[in-house]
Ligand binder design. Structure first.
Ligand code: HEC
Length: 209
């Protein structure tokens, strides 16, 4: 009799141990198991976060420096010339694709792909529900390869309004440059606190065994 009880107990403990091991960490619940894979996902995630920081800091630094130098007109010109170069430089150095995207883009190069559009819409919904996430990441399969896709929302602050706010808040000289450089500009009419867009990073992962 005690043998049967002992057996049942062992089976039960075994079952719970298995449950524990089989349930992945919440952050990685979209991933198949495998410690080695998780390691590469984690290091990709660390890299994605680092590169998103770098991009945002460099763009912000550029903007602030230009505003201090000569006001908004100069800043718009420089921003339009250099904003695309910063992510290109990071890509050339690291081999990771990184860019800024927006549902209401200024530069058509920042039009989101299908995945990015879906995430941007999610960010909008979360924002309306006052529950905006700091970031989103997921392992996806595209064209037979696995990628880590990482996105971080970018919010509108008071200093953005001169170039992204309601038309009447944008000085006419700035409006003129925007009209000349971005005839299809959709990136106005924002208010402080709105989701302006996101940084999007896409890192190829090592193939599954
Ligand atoms: C001096 C004017 C100016 C200010 C101030 C400014 N931006 Fe922009 N912003 C631009 C221009 C010009 C572009 C287009 C850059 C390009 O061609 O890649 C742009 C593009 C962007 C993009 C890329 C998506 C898109 O629409 O093409 C994001 C995101 C963005 N701005 C966020 C911000 C945020 C957040 C702030 C405030 C912290 C800000 N901007 C302040 C001029 C400005």
């Amino acid at each position: 009799m005690w043998v049967a009880k002992l057996f049942a107990l062992t089976a039960l403990i075994g079952f719970f141990t298995w449950m524990n091991a089989a349930s992945p960490r919440a952050d990685f619940d979209k991933l198949p198991g495998g410690a080695a894979q998780e390691e590469s996902v984690e290091s990709a995630l660390r890299q994605a976060r680092r590169l998103a920081d770098e991009l945002l800091e460099k763009v912000r630094g550029l903007l602030t420096a230009e505003l201090e130098k000569g006001g908004y007109e100069g800043a718009v010109r420089v921003c339009s010339e250099i904003a695309q170069e910063i992510p290109r430089e990071i890509e050339a150095r690291t081999g990771v694709s990184i860019r800024r995207v927006s549902l209401r883009y200024r530069n058509p190069k920042d039009i989101p792909d299908e995945y990015e559009r879906r995430k941007l819409e999610e960010f909008e919904q979360q924002h309306r529900a006052r529950a905006l996430a700091d970031e989103s990441f997921e392992v996806v399969r595209e064209d037979g390869r696995r990628y880590l896709r990482y996105m971080r929302p970018i919010l509108v602050g008071p200093m953005c309004i001169t170039c992204h706010g309601p038309k009447e808040a944008i000085p006419s000289s700035v409006r003129a440059i925007l009209a000349e450089k971005y005839p299809e500009d959709r990136a106005t009419g924002y208010r402080s606190g709105d989701v302006r867009g996101a940084v999007s990073v896409k890192i190829p992962l090592s193939p599954e065994n």
